[in-house]
Ligand binder design. Sequence first.
Ligand SMILES: [Fe+2]
Length: 335
Amino acid sequence: MKKILFCLSIFFLATKLFSQPFSLPKLKYDYTSYAPQIDALTMEIHHSKHHQAYVNNLNKAIVGTRMESQSLMDLLFYAGFRSDVVRNNAGGHYNHTLFWEILAPPVAHSEISQELSNAITNDFKSIDSLKKVLLNAASSRFGSGWAWLVLSPEKKLIVTSTPNQDNPIMDVVTERGIPIVAIDVWEHAYYLNYQNKRMDYLNAVWSLIDWGIVSTKYNAAIGDSLLIELEKDNWPAMKDFHKVMAQTFHPSENGDLSPIRARSGEFLAKAILLTGSNPPKSLKTEGVHEGLLKLENKCAEINTLVKKGAKDKVLIKKMEESHDLFHLVQGLCHD
Ligand SMILES: [Fe+2]
């Protein structure tokens, strides 16, 4: 029995040590199935080399850190607080996953839903004008990047474009929302077959988009609580406060009090600005102002303690309390 338990514990330990948080998704079709729009070799290199490299580099960057237990959405949402390696590779993994999901050989395409069709008519007049706007965003993206069809927090469809591996979920972009169509405009996506003719590649990719799958993504996005999170992040005073909180609280969790000792005045100033600001109209506001006042008082206590040269232990406790209060206020804004 002891032997079995020992073997089991070794097995679980090995699984833990060698498990990788993220993995390369399988494609629904063979590499050859996307031709002639995208040739098999481009698909194979793009998926098995480029996308695989983003996955590998992301796993390598987060192993042994707090990020290891966080979701891909969390990594993306707060990309501005992450290192460039995490931002680029988390983006690379998410963006390519969506790109593969919405592409299919034309013979396998499913029908667009009435809901998505109506939304496109409302926001772009027709699918043809959406095509023009989207492909124009993709063709005019300077250098490497992506073009997107996005559901905004106001539940409008918008077209955007981002550089490198950024995407509309990230806090580093101005027009945020949930992407339902992704178009890769890195040269690795088309250079073998199309060389410098990006527009030819874009027209070919457009014909591979399965609007039935995009319709499913649209329905999911409409009911996704991420839209509320994005709306909340549209609250500049909240965002400013959060930034200082993250840059001072997280080091304090690891016993480093130097950031809060240097910035307690700024921490309090951001809390005061937050209390005096107006939350976005779409958020629930019941109890929020009272919560913000408590948070401001906590930040004032921290500032006083720093000025008095309080011990680390005392400051850590107060930082934890302010962090809990911050999340309590954020939680109040939920539906
Ligand atoms: Fe790519």
